[in-house]
Design a binder for this molecule. Structure first.
Ligand SMILES: C[S@@+](CC[C@H](N)C(=O)[O-])C[C@H]1O[C@@H](n2cnc3c(N)ncnc32)[C@H](O)[C@@H]1O
Ligand code: SF4
Length: 404
């Protein structure tokens, strides 16, 4: 995740940099259930309204939570599928809160109404993220349910009335990129606390539909709009946060934006961004799926590091005999192609490895969704044969690959 507002605030009001501290453990995105009331075009978990046998029981979830606490995991993001379809979600959430995790709920919001909103508010989630991928019909078409937009917006209002910290999450594709300015106006009007703009990752249905990913130029326009809105918000002294996810080139893009607008701030920002280090898959981000399988992040469900029913998360996460995990934790990562030659690898960390894998069969190839120009990444000779996102043809490249 790239905390855009955090960096803009830092350059607006620079402070001396203290010693750099690594987070105590990874943020865990926990897909507690795969069943879902929606069937979104881009869904990495390929969820739908069917039962998925073998999911963790309540007591298994509690055992894992104890291990995560012992491993000093600071944050749990409870997700799915649709987490509110899990009957024990209130108990699980309350226990996580009582154990003093920072607890986020990741939901499509459709199931939040007057009947359960007080119960949700009482849990005291640190943050509730609701997905809205556009306005009105754009969102409904994306998510495959007429009326979904109205229901999710109603949920946002109910939660905001109860002072729950709410964020809206928008995954950019060809379908919705043009709606971003109106979308940001809506966020303003609804006084949401956080706006999370996510880039598409080629996993699950998001891989099958990767031909709908926004093109580089479109992504640049979207990012410029977002940065300008965020900067305005910082200038106005607002508390609203803008964050992005799943394309670590965003940090480098911001550095170029700052270089053009306020060159005197560039070096300070560069220092901060190097500390951030970009892509955190397998390092500061971890994923546990509905069956208890552990993955380097949510988009690696085809690659399992171990299962929490058999081994502690803490053992799985530190077992560097796994070649993929070892490669992800290596600094700098041994990345090839255009990313390997990029002058900003120390900022972006090589971006999203699963996109490279899906297009080339090699998790260490360049990320095809890097939207920076050759000049911006400091290439002396223009890159020939860039890896370009092609529509999915049904050939599963990852099956052929050796991850070592
Ligand atoms: C899998 S959903 C689960 C929670 C809930 N059902 C929802 O839709 O918000 C978690 C988040 O991942 C996002 N997401 C799903 N597939 C994605 C993909 N292929 N690339 C990027 N984000 C994706 C969703 O839009 C949502 O914001
Ligand atoms: S993205 Fe969320 S709401 Fe959509 S199908 Fe997947 S789990 Fe369900």
């Amino acid at each position: 995740m790239f905390r855009l507002t955090h960096y803009l605030r830092a350059i607006a009001d620079p402070k001396p940099l203290g010693p750099h501290r690594e987070p105590p453990g990874p943020v865990v995105i926990w897909n507690l259930i795969r069943r879902c009331n929606l069937k979104c075009k881009h869904c990495y978990s390929t969820s739908g309204d069917v039962d998925f046998p073998g999911e963790l029981s309540t007591s298994q979830v509690y055992d894992v939570m104890d291990d995560l606490k012992g491993f000093r995991v600071p944050v749990l993001i409870l997700s799915g599928g649709e987490p509110l379809m899990r009957p024990d979600i209130y108990d699980v959430s309350q226990r996580a809160k009582d154990m003093k995790f920072y607890v986020g709920l990741s939901t499509n919001g459709v199931l939040i109404d007057e009947s359960n909103v007080d119960k949700l508010a009482e849990i005291g989630y640190n943050y509730v993220g609701i997905s809205l991928d556009g306005l009105g019909k754009v969102h409904d078409d994306f998510r495959g349910l007429a009326g979904a937009f109205d229901k999710s917006l109603h949920a946002v209002r109910l939660l905001r009335e109860r002072n729950v910290k709410v964020g809206l999450r928008f995954t950019v594709t060809l379908d919705n990129a043009h709606t971003l300015p109106d979308y940001l106006d809506l966020c303003e009007k609804e006084q949401v606390d956080k706006i999370y703009l996510s880039h598409l990752v080629y996993a699950g249905r998001g891989n099958k539909n990767r031909g709908d990913d926004a093109h580089w130029e479109m992504t640049r326009n979207v990012m410029t709009d977002l940065i300008e809105r965020a900067w305005q918000s910082v200038q106005n002294g607002e508390s609203k946060e803008f964050v992005t996810g799943n394309n670590d080139a965003d940090g480098v893009f911001l550095l170029h934006w700052v270089r053009e607008r306020m060159p005197e701030k560039e070096e300070y920002l560069r220092e901060l961004l190097i500390r951030w280090g970009g892509n955190a898959t397998g390092i500061n981000i971890a994923n546990i799926d509905n069956l208890g399988n552990v993955h380097p992040d949510s988009f690696w469900w085809h690659y399992t590091l171990g299962n929490v029913k058999e081994r502690n998360f803490s053992d799985i996460w530190t077992d560097l005999s796994d070649p993929l995990l070892a490669g992800l934790k290596q600094r700098p990562r041994a990345i090839k192609g255009r990313c390997g030659q990029c002058a900003y690898m120390n900022i972006c960390g090589g971006n999203t490895r699963v996109r490279a894998l899906q297009l080339s069969g090699d998790p260490w190839a360049e990320d095809p969704a890097c939207y920076l120009t050759d000049e911006e990444i400091g290439l002396e000779t223009p890159s020939a044969d860039r890896l370009v996102t092609r529509p999915f043809t049904g050939v599963r490249n990852e099956a052929k690959h050796n991850y070592g």
